[in-house]
Design a protein around this ligand. Structure first.
Ligand code: NAD
Length: 319
């Protein structure tokens, strides 16, 4: 039996594929290799798996339902880990239609294929951004105010949750939506603060640290996210659950800069504009539900995780 991982060449997806293969699973990695950031970086993420007989890489687009049908006919999927998306809050303001097309239509296409081909196990990536700026801190899955997203990206992820809930009820699928909190680590997306700050510090360019670095983010190490995702996939025998996966220890972004400076051995030049309206002041995951249902807890401190990220960053620059 084969597991479908969408977005499998991306930052988180490529780590998920690695871990599934390490567990002896057979994986279809579906990724359109879009140019939101370098497609070459995505190929590099999966290059080491291309000769593995249990790894099948396909450059399909989840927006094309007929191609998904073809794929579902060819492989007898035991389950789906759906990570493909247009990610990034700020880019979504420039191009909301791309976010609707991939995140909403693409997710509904996959839910529909799951229903048509009898694939019950459906795990997908949502985001802490769905909490908006009126949620109680720490963010809990029980918060009823969720549903007031402040960016097109957040709106697209909230829509995915609604459609996934609907499909789970109508067609008796087992669905888990995972609200990831600012993920970082090796293969980091280059549009995210951790990477952008590291690159600017390394190259002696100024960084934009909103609100003097007082914003708080619950940075979560990618290995912890992968462990939580696979645990959700293995345990997914309920009808529908939404779970936070976050470090649950938010830090100020100025502390992130200090850690990057220390590990890079270079000082940052800082400018401090006011944060855009679409950015949250703070993100902080209450992970008690993931602990209860998945027996999952984040294990990597920010100090340890940033050291590992910088290690990878330095190596990736010399390759
Ligand atoms: P990523 O951009 O590295 O990975 C997404 C992958 O999806 C990319 O490789 C991209 O080529 C692929 N893709 C995009 N559109 C596609 C389409 N139409 N058809 C097929 N493939 C397509 O992003 P990531 O950081 O690895 O994020 C993975 C998932 O986790 C996404 O759903 C994202 O929204 C979610 N998420 C990420 C974070 C984070 O901090 N990285 C936080 C919250 C949620």
């Amino acid at each position: 039996m084969v597991i479908l991982v969408t977005g499998g060449a991306g930052f988180i997806g490529s780590h998920v594929c690695d871990e599934l293969l390490a567990k002896g699973k057979e994986v279809v990695c579906l990724d359109s290799l879009n140019d939101y950031y370098s497609p070459k970086a995505k190929i590099n993420n999966i290059l080491h798996n291309l000769k593995n007989d249990k790894f099948h890489f396909l450059t399909n687009n989840i927006r094309e339902k007929h191609k998904l049908d073809h794929l579902f006919k060819k492989f007898n999927f035991e389950g789906i880990i759906h990570l493909a998306a247009r990610a990034g809050v700020r880019a979504s303001i420039e191009d909301p239609l791309a976010y609707k097309a991939t995140n909403v239509l693409g997710t509904v296409n996959l839910l529909q294929s799951a229903k048509e081909f009898g694939v019950k196990n459906f795990v997908f990536a949502s985001s802490s951004s769905v909490y908006g700026d009126s949620a109680q801190v720490p963010f809990s899955e029980d918060d009823q105010k969720v549903g007031r997203p402040i960016s097109p990206y957040a709106a697209s992820k909230a829509s995915c949750e609604l459609f996934a809930y609907n499909y789970s009820q109508m067609f008796d699928l087992n669905v888990t939506g995972l609200r990831f909190f600012t993920v970082y680590g090796p293969r980091n997306r280059p549009d995210m603060a951790v990477y952008k700050f590291a690159e600017s510090i390394d190259q002696g360019k100024p960084i934009e640290l909103y609100n003097n670095g007082e914003l708080q983010r619950d940075f979560t190490y990618v290995k912890d996210i992968v462990d939580g995702t696979l645990s959700a996939y293995e345990k997914n025998n309920w009808n529908y659950e939404i779970l936070n996966l976050g470090n649950s220890k938010p830090i100020k972004t100025k502390y992130l800069v200090e850690l990057l400076e220390k590990n890079l051995g270079k000082k940052a030049t800082i400018t401090s504009p006011v944060k855009p309206k679409t950015d949250l002041d703070t993100t902080h995951a209450d992970v008690s539900k993931a602990k209860r249902l998945l027996n999952w807890e984040p294990k990597t401190s920010i100090e340890e995780g940033i050291a590992k990220f910088v290690d990878w960053y330095k190596k990736s620059k010399t390759n």
